[in-house]
Design a protein around this ligand. Structure first.
Ligand code: NAD
Length: 441
C-alpha cells in the first residue's frame, strides 16, 4: 500500500513513521522546505520519545520518504492523509484554510482513485467542504477521477505519540463507501492484531467524536481544579478527595489530577471550536464554556499564591521555574501554563530563572531574553527566592532537597502539579504550597 501524509507536524510525522514501520510505503509532504530538508538529513522538527528511531529506520530502508512536492508523489498513492494544522480563528472556530488548500491541491494533482482522509481535527461538515474543493479542482482541469473522502481523527497524546499510534485504544473512521472502508481496514489491520478495535461510523459522527473526546478530557481537568480550589477554602485535601472519588469505577482515576490548567495545541482550541459549533447551531454548550473559563483562571492560580506569600512585593525578587512545556515528554509550548505564569512574574518586576529538559529551544521563540536560561534545575534554583514546579518531568520528581535548600535564598516551594510530599518538605524546613491543599499542609 502507498500512503501520503500531508502536513509533517506532530500528527503527520508520527502517522507517516508508524505506517511505514508496519510496511506501508509512505511519503510525508510539507510546505515547509526547511523541515523536509532537515528530515532528509535525519533531523527531526519535534521531540517525541521513540520517534527519531523509527523515522531513521524507515527512511534508511526506503519505506519512508519526505517531499515538498505533492504533484510529484501523488501518482500511485492509495490513500492521502490530510494532517495539517487547524488553529483557532478569531471567533474560536477551527480555521480550515490549510485543510481546504490541501484538498484543492489533491484535486489538482490526483491521477487515480484515492481515499482522501482527514486526520486533522475538524468540525462536523468539513468532509463536505473537502469533497467540494476536490471536485472543483478536478472540474477546473476537466478531470473525472473517482475518489472517496473519509474522516479518521487522531487520538495520540504528545509525549506518548508513537506508542499511542502503534497501540491505539481504538481507531475511529468515518466513511460513506465500502471501498473506502475496505481500504482503511486493510491499512490499519497491523495495528489491530491484539484485539484493538476499529470503529467505523458515518463521517459526521467521526468528526464529532474527536471534539467530544477532547471536551470530555478537558472537562475532567477543569472539574478537579474547581474542586481543588474549593478544597483549599474548606480545609480539605484534594489529593485525598481525588483518590476517594477515583476508586469509583464509574469515575476512574485517570485525568483527575489537579494542577495549573491544561494547555497544548489541542484542548484549548478544540474546546473553543466546539463551543463555536454549538453557537452556530443555536445550542450553547454551557458546560464547556465553564470548562474554558475555569481553565483560564487556573493558569493564574500559582501566581496568586506567590503574590500572597510575598505580600505583593515581587519586584526585584528572583524565581526558579522548573518545566516549561505544556506537559512532560514534549517540547510543545503551545498554550503552556508556564507562559502565563512567567508573564505575570515579569510584569510584577520579578526575575525568572528557568530550566526544561527539552523545551527551552522552543520556549526561547516566545520568551527571548526576558528570562535566565539555566542548564539544570539546580542552576535555576541558585539564588532564587522560591522555586516553582510547573511541568512534572520525571527528573523533577525527587530533587536533592538539601541541595535545593542551600541554593535558594529562602526555602519556599510552589508545586503546581502536586508531585511533592508537602509533609516531608515542611518537616525539612520548606514552606510548601500546592494545588487544592490548604496551607500549611
Ligand atoms: P503541526 O503544526 O505540528 O503540523 C502541521 C504541519 O502542516 C506543519 O508542518 C505545516 O508546515 C504543514 N502544512 C500547513 N499547510 C500545508 C500544506 N498546504 N501542505 C503541506 N503541509 C502543510 O500540527 P499538529 O500538532 O501535527 O496538528 C495537526 C492536526 O492534528 C490539527 O488539526 C490538530 O488539532 C490535530 N491533532 C493534533 C494532536 C497533537 O497532539 N498535536 C493530536 C491529535 C490531533
Amino acid at each position: 500500500m502507498k500512503a501520503i501524509v500531508i502536513g509533517t507536524g506532530y500528527v503527520g510525522l508520527v502517522t507517516g513513521a508508524c505506517l511505514a514501520e508496519v510496511g506501508t510505503q509512505v511519503v510525508c509532504v510539507d510546505v515547509n522546505a526547511e523541515k523536509i530538508n532537515n528530515l532528509q538529513k535525519g533531523i527531526l522538527p519535534i521531540y517525541e520519545p521513540g520517534l527519531e528511531e523509527i523515522v531513521t529506520r524507515n527512511y534508511n530502508n526506503g519505506r519512508l520518504a519526505f517531499s515538498t512536492n505533492l504533484a510529484e508523489v501523488i501518482p500511485g498513492a492509495d490513500i492521502a492523509f490530510i494532517a495539517v494544522g487547524t488553529p483557532p480563528g478569531e471567533d474560536g472556530s477551527a480555521d480550515l484554510q490549510y485543510v481546504l488548500q490541501v484538498a484543492k491541491e489533491i484535486g489538482t494533482h490526483m491521477t487515480d482513485y484515492l481515499v482522501v482522509v482527514t486526520k486533522s481535527t475538524v468540525p462536523v461538515g468539513t468532509a463536505v467542504k473537502v469533497n467540494r474543493e476536490i471536485k472543483q479542482a478536478m472540474l477546473n482541469r476537466n478531470a473525472l477521477i473517482d475518489y472517496d473522502v473519509a474522516s479518521n481523527p487522531e487520538f495520540l497524546k504528545e509525549g506518548a505519540a508513537v506508542q499511542d499510534f502503534l497501540k491505539p485504544d481504538r481507531i475511529v473512521v468515518g466513511v460513506n463507501t465500502d471501498r473506502a472502508k475496505e481500504m482503511l481496514e486493510r491499512l490499519y489491520h497491523p495495528f489491530l492484531l491484539n484485539g484493538r478495535p476499529i470503529i467505523f461510523m458515518d463521517i459526521a459522527s467521526a468528526e464529532m467524536t474527536k471534539y467530544a473526546a477532547n471536551a470530555m478530557l478537558a472537562t475532567k481537568i477543569s472539574f478537579i481544579n474547581d474542586i481543588a480550589n474549593l478544597c483549599e477554602l474548606v480545609g480539605a485535601d484534594v489529593n485525598k478527595v481525588r483518590k476517594g472519588i477515583g476508586s469509583d469505577a464509574r469515575i476512574g482515576n485517570a485525568f483527575i489530577y489537579p494542577g495549573i490548567g491544561y494547555g497544548g495545541s489541542c484542548f484549548p482550541k478544540d474546546v473553543k471550536a466546539l463551543v463555536q459549533t454549538g453557537k452556530e447551531y443555536g445550542h450553547g454548550l454551557r458546560i464547556l464554556e465553564a470548562v474554558e473559563a475555569v481553565n483560564n483562571d487556573q493558569k493564574k492560580v500559582l501566581f496568586g499564591k506567590i503574590n500572597r506569600h510575598f505580600d505583593g512585593m515581587l519586584k526585584g525578587k528572583t524565581f526558579a521555574v522548573w518545566g516549561l512545556s505544556f506537559k512532560p515528554a514534549t517540547d510543545d509550548m503551545r498554550e503552556a501554563s508556564s507562559l502565563v505564569l512567567i508573564e505575570s512574574l515579569l510584569e510584577a518586576g520579578a526575575n525568572v530563572q528557568v530550566f526544561d529538559p527539552v523545551a527551552m529551544h522552543e520556549a526561547k521563540k516566545t520568551l527571548g531574553e526576558s528570562v535566565k536560561w539555566c542548564n539544570d534545575m539546580y542552576a535555576a534554583a541558585e539564588g532564587a527566592d522560591a522555586v516553582m514546579l510547573v511541568t512534572e518531568w520525571n527528573e523533577f520528581r525527587l530533587p536533592d532537597w538539601t541541595r535545593v535548600k542551600q541554593l535558594l535564598k529562602a526555602p519556599v516551594v510552589f508545586d503546581g502539579r502536586n508531585i511533592y510530599d508537602n509533609v516531608y518538605l515542611e518537616k525539612s524546613g520548606f514552606t510548601c504550597y500546592s494545588i487544592g491543599v490548604s496551607h500549611p499542609a
